[in-house]
Ligand binder design. Sequence first.
Ligand code: ZN
Length: 259
Amino acid sequence: MKDLNHIRVLGTGTSVPEKNVFPSSYLISINKRLMLIDAGQGICGRIISLGYCLDKIETILITHIHSDHTMGIAEIVMAIINDDRISQHAINICISSNYINFIKHELMHPWKKWIDKCSKIQFNYIPLTAKKTNKSDLYQNKPFAVNHHPGSLGMLIETGGKRIAFTGDTDIFPIERENLKPADILFIESTTDDNHKIPGHLTVSEAVDLIHRTGIPVAYLTHILPQYRQNVIKSLEKCSKKEGQHIKTAEDGQIIPII
Ligand SMILES: [Zn+2]
């Protein structure tokens, strides 16, 4: 299965640590070339423990600046720099133009001396803007504005013949205006059950309502706080279903084939 094109759910969690659950993050593998969506704490080790190689990661797309989406970037960069088995490699780090300076000059600051000196790895910072498509020979990505920290972006990625949308963290936003309908799969956050709304995030019913408004056929709830995980799963069973849509909770380590 791992040799075929797929999405690997590296984590479905949040900033709150949980046994055997990692911060919400995904690898997309197309012809064994990898794209990483978000990189929270512990994701570098998670990627290795699942049998992937860091030097196959060509692109890291970051939805926003919070630590459970970014702390893994330095882990990955330093692991590559310090691993003599990896020779020449280039990685694109794509993030909202508002955040590039933070990542480059503040988050990576403690390792600046080693990063600047390292010639075997090339790190390209690519600024993302809502509605402006960026692409490589591996993918095409059209970021869209969401409602979380200023500058947070969802990603609509077309690769391997499929369109996969990731909201990243968000509160309710006018999802129908973002033209996500052509997507085949949606990953949407659902941080809490309906009784514990946290501003800036979605409850399970809010997430399901947004999914209904997109018409996307397959959707996965993710970014779930540990204390509400069981309630989110139970609430999802009770939520109204729309014909032609399959909504599930994503699972840590899950492989979703891209066929
Ligand atoms: Zn966040």
